[in-house]
Design a protein around this ligand. Structure first.
Ligand SMILES: Nc1ncnc2c1ncn2[C@@H]1O[C@H](COP(=O)(O)OP(=O)(O)OP(=O)(O)O)[C@@H](O)[C@H]1O
Ligand SMILES: [Mg+2]
Length: 257
């Protein structure tokens, strides 16, 4: 069984990478989880997960003549498999994005849940790829109207390509009151449930500085426990891995909108 979830937002800095690792660790209590940094242009999951110095990353799988097997870029950390992406601009330029589909297809054959940390915007073919090939997206937005509006654009794009919405996570919440008001409104427009609200919490920034995912660094912090309960509320809808892998290999990725 496998389900592929893209963690997306529509805006930068909303907490996608933090959420990807937190949901990954939460889901890893029940499932075999693989997390991939598909934000190949602005990769930074490696810094959140203490993998800045690893020898092989996703970038190495996307350049050259397939010199590295996919397994060489997979690191077992914090109870899950993590595929970080390097930050070399030269390698990014030389990368063949179509190969990312093959990498994801290969990873889908060997895991239960594949979480794709996605780029903030839909500005390029590389950027839309995770959203187009995922089964569902998890939207991570701040509880403001402009942020939700951008999240809804991502939702519209995703659903146009047959990707469903698993739900919406409000992150960096200052005031729970404000969220309950916005949640009522958002519920009318978002195609999935509001999964939860994660407070603004210094522990998240400290975890990032320490290079340790929030649920390892401060699991009992307000933000850590909010992400943990969101992960446990996420129902995984598993599909047949062979069919999924086939779908990824053959997906036609559109040019950006
Ligand atoms: N709940 C929170 N409270 C406080 N700080 C947070 C919270 N969630 C994330 N952050 C911090 O906000 C910053 C951005 O988070 P993160 O890198 O996860 O966002 P992103 O959406 O992946 O960004 P990008 O669009 O650049 O990929 C980081 O310093 C992170 O530690
Ligand atoms: Mg990120």
């Amino acid at each position: 069984m496998v389900e592929v979830l893209a963690v997306a937002s529509g805006k930068g800095g909303t907490g996608k990478t933090t959420a990807t690792l937190a949901l990954g660790m939460g889901l890893a209590e029940e499932y075999d989880v693989t997390v991939v940094d598909t934000d190949t242009g602005m990769a930074n999951l490696l810094f959140h997960a203490g993998l800045a110095d690893v020898p092989v990353t996703l970038q190495d799988l996307l350049v050259g003549e397939g010199d590295h097997p996919v397994s060489e870029a997979v690191y077992h950390r914090f109870g899950m498999d993590i595929v970080p992406c390097g930050t070399s601009l030269e390698a990014f330029r030389d990368a063949d994005p179509s190969r990312l589909q093959d990498v994801i297809a290969t990873l889908a054959e060997r895991t239960d849940v594949l979480l794709l940390d996605s780029p903030a915007t839909l500005g390029s073919r590389d950027a839309v790829l995770p959203i187009v090939i995922a089964d569902r997206i998890v939207l991570v937005v701040q509880p403001t109207i402009p942020a939700i509006t951008d999240g809804l654009k991502v939702q519209e794009y995703a659903t146009a390509y047959g990707t469903d919405v698993a739900g919406l996570v409000f992150n960096k919440v200052h005031d729970p009151e404000e969220v309950s008001h916005i949640t009522d409104r958002a519920g009318e427009y978002v195609s999935g449930p509001v999964l939860g609200a994660v407070p603004m919490d210094e522990a998240a920034r400290e975890a990032r500085k320490a290079g340790t995912p929030l649920l390892a660094h401060a699991p009992d912090s307000p933000a850590g426990s909010a992400f943990a309960s969101i992960a446990s509320a996420l129902d995984i809808e598993a599909a047949d891995p062979d069919r999924v892998a086939d779908r990824f290999r053959n997906a036609v990725i559109p040019d950006a909108p």
